[in-house]
Design a protein around this ligand. Sequence first.
Ligand code: HMG
Length: 396
Amino acid sequence: MGVGIDALHFYTPRYMLDLRLLARERAVDPQKYLTGLGQEWMSIAPPDEDIVTMAATAATDAIRGVDPHSIAMVLFATESAVDHSKAAGVWVHHLLELPRTCRVVEVKQACYSGVCALQLALPYIRQHPDKKVLLLTSDIARYGLNTPGEPTQGAAACAALLSASPRLVAIEPEAGYYTDHVMDFWRPTYLQEAIVDGKYSTRIYLTALGEAWAHYQMESKRALSDHARFCYHTPFARMAQKAHERLVSINDSAPIAPETLARHINASLVYGKKLGNSYTASLFISLASLLEQTEEDLSSCRIGLFSYGSGCVAEYFSALVQPGYRRHLATDAHALLLSSRRPLSIGDYEQFYQYALPQDEGRHATPRHRTGAFRFQGVEAHERLYERCPLSPAHA
Ligand code: HMG
């Protein structure tokens, strides 16, 4: 019996920053961002959106028509936690009015934790094929203003409904993983922005890819040529291209031809180029992008997936695309969402960036902006308050 992803929906905030505008403002050649990083836009969360509202909006679409009593677990992966104690998934569980007979937990290891949650959920589904797991990945990537990391910010959440006999992709049991204690990127609990040694992080990413692939190959006995397409954790599109070039070079002495590189990964990069780094959600959004933006029918194809979380933990695993998957994609809704975002001026972007609620016991309301199906209202006595918005994200 196959287990894997039955539905895959993402949500990204309704505001975006054009990297050409950012380049001009920072006196950088725009080609550095557009070609050097391979990015065009980044989504920017307004003050009344956070990882909870983004994940709840994505999940609303992923569980539409599903018996809520079949959802036995909500796993929430993030590195932009809103509380040191309470799992963000408990707010989502409440906002979605899921039954109380449900386990909810938050998991963390930089951008990797969503894949770990996926792998931990699958044996449960094999044991309980009538149950489903709601896997949420949600992050707001933040680096300091005017730093090299600034053009690699972004924000999004992805909701993957995991089930037996999945309609989209079945995850294969073999996987290769790798852990090493490195300080390439991290965020102490008292900081709002990540500390990053950017160039070092790109080198470690590639080392971890080689190691995770070697482990996967040992476990699966498969060759690279057994994979038809590839999805990578994508902090920026050039990183995924470099990763794929590295993976091919490990397996083949000849460099990959540009058209093969394009066929292998370009469709997976379409969404990420428009919304930026979404940390834990990034690999799942690459998968959605690949399935939705590939013209050819990928039924029965094997996809290689690589997750990297700084610090670091990495995993290479594979998935088989299920026949008929195209009927269950959210291509139109995602297109509408992306096309309905509003461009921000530099001034508005910096205002969103610098917005912070007071940290006292008072009641503080956030200003109202365009959001998804839920919004973060503010805090009262240190409690975060959320509300449902009447209109769906694509039509608001
Ligand atoms: P930088 O120092 O600004 O950029 O930082 P650069 O000088 O390395 O230039 C970037 C590329 O643009 C280079 O290409 C340049 O040649 C090119 P490359 O040589 O690498 O192929 N370039 C140009 N191209 C065309 N026209 C031009 C031009 N000028 C330069 N005029 C860096 C780049 C990625 C380091 C920075 O943005 C950063 O620190 N980002 C954040 C860290 C990051 O994304 N790391 C990725 C790996 S770690 C990871 O993925 C985990 C993460 O998602 C978090 C987690 O797991 O929790 C980050």
